[in-house]
Structure formats: structure tokens, C-alpha cells
Design a binder for this molecule. Structure first.
Ligand SMILES: *Cc1c(COP(=O)(O)O)cnc(C)c1O
Length: 224
């Protein structure tokens, strides 16, 4: 097996310049994160609030922590101070809570809107219609403390790569529609977070600007 440092170096060599590698370190020990850090990696993704906060408190301050999991409204306050990007904003209620808590700590909360693009039932995320309805009824100015940075999605967990590609294309189209309708003047709304260890190459071909890679960097996880 290759080392974490070698995996990081290998990824850096092959990724286009405009694609940000997010090292998904959930469930992995701080020693693994430090190994990646020493190989030059600065952006890490976590999907549990307490785990992110503990790691952020213990590890170097230069690390940028991305929260990539489903965020419950009652945990916004806890995670916000440590998070540089929230990937999976999937309800109006959550948007309002993030805006409120960010205001209290005088922070611009950088957020991506999560879209449901997979054919699986269980995944979270808006449809394009739901997101449009939100921005029709709640103009952007209502979210003074949120910086909307783009969209995020997860493809179906399947070997059917043409389905995966189709779902990534859907997310790209959603991004374009929102950009045109609500974010024409925004320089921030520019990110498409899609692609994991098994499908990131397709994601990049379909326009990803951020990929979230866990097992290909750190090895298999014991639990999800
Ligand atoms: C765990 C996770 C990843 C990384 O998955 P790998 O298959 O290990 O690369 C990416 N995105 C999200 C939202 C995750 O929860």
C-alpha cells in the first residue's frame, strides 16, 4: 500500500489547477491528517460536528476545515467558528440558522447548496425547483451573513458510470441556472463540489471545481 503522503503527492500531480482537493479525513486519526498536512495538504473535510471541532482545536491553525455532512440546525453554532465552507446546506431553516449564528460572531459563512441528484431515496438535498422557490420568496439580501459559493451533490452509488455522469451533468446545469437567475453579480458563486474516490475523474470532466476524496488518500474506513 502507498503512504498517505505519496497519495497526496500523486493526486496533486494529476489534478487540473482549477480543481481543489478536499481530503476527507472523517473517522481517521489526527496522525493521518498530520501526515497529509506535512505533504502539503491544507483542506480537510469532516462530516461529524464534534469530530471536526476536536480535530480543529488540536491540529495546525492553517488547516481549512470543510463540513461535508448533513448539518443539523442545533449544531450550527458549534461548528461555524471552525468551518471555512459548509458543503451541504439543504433547507431554508438551516440557511436562516446559519445566517443568524454567523451574524452573532460577525462571520461571513461560506456555504454550498446541496442538491439531490442521485436516484437513491435516502440522500439529502434540494431540487432546483425548491431552491428557486426559496430565492423567489427570500431574496439574497435576507441572508446578509451567508456567502453563497456554489453547489454540491453526490451521485448514485453504482457501477453504472453513465448514470453517474448524467447526475453530474444535472448538477452542472443546476449551477448554471442558479448562477444566471440569482448570482449573476456574485463572484463567490463559482464552485461545484462533486466527485469522490470512485467517480472524481468523471466529476472533473463534468465541471467539478472541488472533489472530496477520502479512501483513496487515507485507505478504507471501518465505518461510514
Ligand atoms: C465520505 C465522504 C466522501 C469521501 O468518500 P470516499 O469514497 O472515501 O472518497 C465525500 N463526500 C462526502 C459527502 C462524504 O461523506
Amino acid at each position: 500500500m502507498t503512504s498517505i503522503a505519496e497519495n497526496i503527492t500523486q493526486f496533486r500531480k494529476t489534478l487540473p489547477d482549477n480543481v481543489l482537493l478536499i481530503a476527507v479525513s472523517k473517522t481517521k486519526p489526527e496522525s493521518d491528517i498530520l501526515e497529509a498536512y506535512n505533504a502539503g495538504q491544507r483542506v480537510f473535510g469532516e462530516n461529524k460536528v464534534q469530530e471536526l471541532v476536536t480535530k480543529a482545536q488540536n491540529l495546525p491553525g492553517e488547516i481549512k476545515w470543510h463540513f461535508i455532512g448533513h448539518l443539523q440546525t442545533n449544531k450550527v453554532k458549534q461548528v461555524l467558528p471552525y468551518t471555512s465552507l459548509i458543503h451541504a446546506v439543504d433547507s431554508l431553516r438551516l440557511m436562516k440558522e446559519i445566517d443568524k449564528e454567523a451574524g452573532k460572531i460577525k462571520k461571513q459563512a461560506r456555504c454550498l447548496l446541496q442538491f439531490h441528484i442521485a436516484s437513491e431515496e435516502s440522500k439529502f438535498g434540494f431540487s432546483l425547483e425548491e431552491a428557486e422557490e426559496i430565492f423567489q420568496n427570500n431574496p439574497l439580501q435576507e441572508f446578509l451573513n451567508i456567502e453563497f459559493c456554489g453547489v454540491m451533490g453526490m451521485a448514485t452509488f453504482t457501477d453504472n458510470l453513465s448514470l453517474v455522469r448524467k447526475e453530474f451533468k444535472t448538477l452542472f446545469d443546476i449551477y448554471q441556472s442558479l448562477k444566471k437567475k440569482y448570482f449573476v453579480d456574485s463572484t463567490s458563486f463559482s464552485e461545484i463540489s462533486m466527485g469522490m474516490s470512485d467517480d472524481y475523474k468523471i466529476a472533473i470532466e463534468e465541471g467539478a471545481t472541488m472533489i472530496r476524496i477520502g479512501s483513496s488518500l487515507f485507505g478504507e474506513r471501518n465505518y461510514h
